[in-house]
Structure formats: structure tokens, C-alpha cells
Design a protein. Structure first.
Length: 457
């Protein structure tokens, strides 16, 4: 009887512990809100001073403070930690600001991020410089990239698309005004197509002309044909579309010069303004060019194909060098992109400011995307597991990089978004001959349905 009572008494705590462990694995967001957040906040409040001291983030108190402590108490004067602000919880963690002591810098706190993570029982700690003397600690309670949930509020706008989630639980926004051209690499089934779907569906709701070059016979971009202003499905069609885009870019430069009173003979390199300086009524619509499987444009089989390849690469390089000021932006996707593709590949890659590397098959592919801007990000790109599609490493020429993951978006949902926003496609007369054919939607069957007779015995 005593053993039964003991088992009954232990059953309750064991059930609670097991339920908490299951919730932490299956529903990390719910576990964090109910259990993880209170525990982590309690650890921070209870061990803040000792943790900062162990991390070497404390400093000797000022002379006046030391005199006050000696005059009012008989305690030993101890080093003081950075002054802490209010704790601000959020669905994925919490934030807290620290005022650095004289002589400290944000790098000192960033170097101790891993120690702070273990001391306060959180998944990760990120340090952001707010203003001189103040840093913000962003503590993430669980792995937000395992099951992606985009933030509810994301700052959008023209040519800004929230396409993925960063590992610090903030949205990764593809901003074409800030990063005009981007290179996206990834092996088969790495999530590269999902990234492209989010970009197309996000831009579909904006007054932006979308142009696609998909040399896989259009299997990736053809479902979005209702929203595309032009589509090329093989290298021959691409060789026709690219010169038209270059001519459109040159016409826009002429428009800028005419509106600003600059002589028509002024070289393009001496023009410092862009289409965004024009009045809104006369401003041409921005154009985003998507190039899927860019390596197909470089492959040649005959001498004639080599001449065509050189022309297409030259047009792409011109668009990358001069397109931003004319409102023309590039999104180049592929599995590999290096010097072995041929003449002009390295020069084109150098013009692509943004870099996104999904899972790749070898280290050389990761180096092609990130090696020249953030060498330490190459290892992160090579360590992406195959069972995590959509996970990638994003960086730019500033040297900063972070891990991101794109949420799931079905092809049917992205295509439906493009169909619903087809009327938003701006009119670009030069691209009209290349607009893909979209079959009309089937008409609804009209007529009165006849009710069947009831079955009787």
C-alpha cells in the first residue's frame, strides 16, 4: 500500500516533467512563453552581477561611488557591471539594453555572447550596437529556424520583400534599393526555388515589371507567367530579351539627362543621379530580372554558340554595372558560378552585391558565393544539413552575414498570387513582344442543375 502511495505521489511531477520535455521539443514557442521565458528571466536577475564579473565585463567603480560605499557601509568595494535596462519579452525571446562603462566597447560584450547564453539558459545571444555607449542584447529562447514563423510586423515598401527569417528571429528583407543585385546559389533540393517563389510573389503585389530567364524550359518561372512582363525559356530567347533590356536601360539614361538638362552627349559615367530623382508622374517602373540556372547561358557547343554567349554575358555585365541607376535589378540563381563557366563569369559575380548560399555540394561552390566577402561564412554554408531545405547563409559586400531560412510556400499559392495581381504589371512597351502567353481561365458552366429523382422501393 505504501509503495502505491509513493508511486501516485511521484506520478504527478513525472507527468509534468514529461509534458514539459515534450512541449519543448514539439512546440518550442509555446514552451518558451510558458516555461522558458520565466526561468531565463529569473536566471538573469539572480546572476546578473556574478555573470558579468565572470565574463570580464565589470569595471572598477568611480572614486565617488567607492567613497560613498565605504562611508555608508562596511562592505568591500567590488567591480560594477554595466547598467541594465528594462527586460522586454517577445514571442521568441527577450531584449535588454546595457549601458557600457567607460573603456568598454560592443566587441567586449559580443565576445562573451556564448557565455551569457549558457549562464541564462537561452538558445543564442546577439549583440547590436544601438548608439555610442549603449548595446542591446537580443536573447533567443529556441531554434527559430527549425520551424519558421515570420514576424507579424515587417517594414515593407516598394522593392522590399520579407523573404526569410534570420537566426536572431528578425525578418530577412530583400531590399533592391539597398542591395540592387544578388547571387543565389544552391544545390538541387536546397530551397533555392522556394527563395525565388517568395521573391516573385512578394514583388507581384508591387508596381514592378518582372522579367524571367529560365533556361530549364520555363519550369520554374512559367507558373508565374500571368505576372511576368517577359519570359525567355531557352538561350535563344534570352539572347533576344537581354539586348532589349540594355536598350531600355539606355533610354532611361536619356530620360534622366533630358529631365535634368544635361547635354545628350554627356557620357553615362558622368551621371550621378538615377530614376528615383525623377518626378513620380514621369518615372519609369522598376524592372527586376530573374535569371534561373545562369550556367545554361554560359554553356556552348559550337563556335556560333560561343559568340552568342559572349554577347549575353556582356549584356548581363552592363545591366549589373549600370542598371541600378536606371531602375533595373538582377537576381541571378544557379548551382555553381565561378571562373570555370567561361569569360566574364568572375566579372559578373563581382557586380552582384548580395550573396545567398543554400546547401552546396562542395566547398568550392560556397567559396564562389561567400569566399570573397565573408570567408568565415563559407564553413557555415558547408555545414547545412540536407534535411533542412531552405536554410541558407546570406551576406553582402560589407562583410556581414547571417543564417536564414525561407518558410514553405507552395507553387500553387505563389502562382495564385501572381494571377490575382496580374493587373498590377506595369506597361513596358519594349517588353511587350516577349510577354508570355497565358491561356484564359475556363468559363464557369452555366445552367440549372436538375435534381435527381428519389430512389424508391
Amino acid at each position: 500500500m505504501t509503495d502505491l502511495v509513493t508511486l501516485a505521489e511521484l506520478g504527478g511531477p513525472l507527468a509534468v516533467t514529461g509534458g514539459a520535455a515534450y512541449a519543448r521539443h514539439a512546440h518550442p514557442a509555446a514552451y518558451w512563453s510558458t516555461v522558458g521565458l520565466p526561468l531565463s528571466v529569473a536566471r538573469l536577475l539572480a546572476s546578473y552581477s556574478s555573470t558579468m564579473d565572470a565574463c570580464g565585463l565589470t569595471v572598477e567603480p568611480s572614486r565617488w561611488r567607492a567613497l560613498a560605499v565605504r562611508a555608508t557601509t562596511r562592505r568591500e568595494v567590488r567591480p560594477v557591471p554595466p547598467r541594465r535596462g528594462l527586460i522586454r519579452p517577445n514571442p521568441t525571446g527577450f531584449r535588454v539594453r546595457l549601458r557600457l562603462a567607460p573603456g568598454q566597447e560592443p566587441a567586449d560584450v559580443a565576445a562573451s555572447a556564448e557565455r551569457l547564453r549558457h549562464a541564462w539558459g537561452v538558445h543564442a545571444v546577439y549583440v547590436r550596437d544601438v548608439k555610442p555607449g549603449v548595446v542591446e542584447l537580443r536573447l533567443v529562447g529556441y531554434d527559430v529556424l527549425r520551424k519558421v514563423r515570420m514576424p507579424r510586423r515587417v517594414d515593407g515598401g516598394l522593392l522590399r520583400v520579407p523573404v526569410a527569417l534570420r537566426e536572431d528571429a528578425t525578418a530577412f528583407v530583400r531590399d533592391y534599393r539597398a542591395v540592387p543585385h544578388e547571387l543565389v546559389l544552391g544545390a538541387t533540393l536546397s530551397g533555392k526555388s522556394m527563395y525565388l517563389r517568395h521573391l516573385v510573389s512578394g514583388l507581384a503585389a508591387q508596381p514592378v515589371a518582372l522579367v524571367g530567364i529560365d533556361c530549364k524550359r520555363g519550369v520554374e518561372l512559367a507558373p508565374f507567367a500571368s505576372r511576368l512582363s517577359a519570359l525567355a525559356t531557352d538561350p535563344d530567347e534570352a539572347a533576344e530579351v537581354l539586348p532589349v533590356l540594355v536598350k531600355e536601360m539606355e533610354d532611361r539614361y536619356d530620360l534622366i539627362k533630358a529631365r535634368q538638362g544635361i547635354a545628350p552627349a554627356t557620357p553615362d559615367d558622368e551621371i550621378s543621379s538615377d530614376v528615383w530623382g525623377l518626378p513620380e508622374s514621369g518615372r519609369p517602373a522598376p524592372i527586376v530580372l530573374f535569371v534561373d540556372e545562369v550556367a545554361e547561358l554560359f554553356l556552348v557547343a559550337t563556335r556560333k554558340d560561343e559568340e552568342r554567349r559572349d554577347e549575353m554575358v556582356t549584356h548581363l555585365i552592363r545591366l549589373a554595372q549600370l542598371g541600378r541607376a536606371a531602375g533595373v535589378y538582377l537576381e541571378v540563381c544557379g548551382q555553381r558560378f565561378g571562373a570555370e563557366l567561361g569569360k566574364g563569369a568572375t566579372m559578373l559575380r563581382a557586380q552582384l552585391t548580395g550573396r545567398v548560399s543554400h546547401r552546396v555540394n562542395d566547398e568550392a561552390s560556397a567559396k564562389m558565393a561567400l569566399g570573397d566577402i565573408a570567408p568565415e561564412a563559407v564553413y557555415a554554408a558547408c555545414s547545412i544539413a540536407p534535411e533542412l531545405p531552405g536554410l541558407a547563409v546570406a551576406g553582402d559586400t560589407s562583410g556581414g552575414w547571417s543564417r536564414i531560412r525561407t518558410p514553405y510556400l507552395s507553387l500553387a499559392e505563389a502562382a495564385a498570387t501572381c494571377r490575382e495581381s496580374a493587373h498590377l504589371a506595369p506597361d513596358v512597351p519594349a517588353l511587350a513582344p516577349f510577354r508570355p502567353y497565358v491561356p484564359p481561365a475556363p468559363a464557369a458552366v452555366s445552367g440549372t442543375a436538375t435534381a435527381p429523382r428519389p430512389v424508391t422501393e
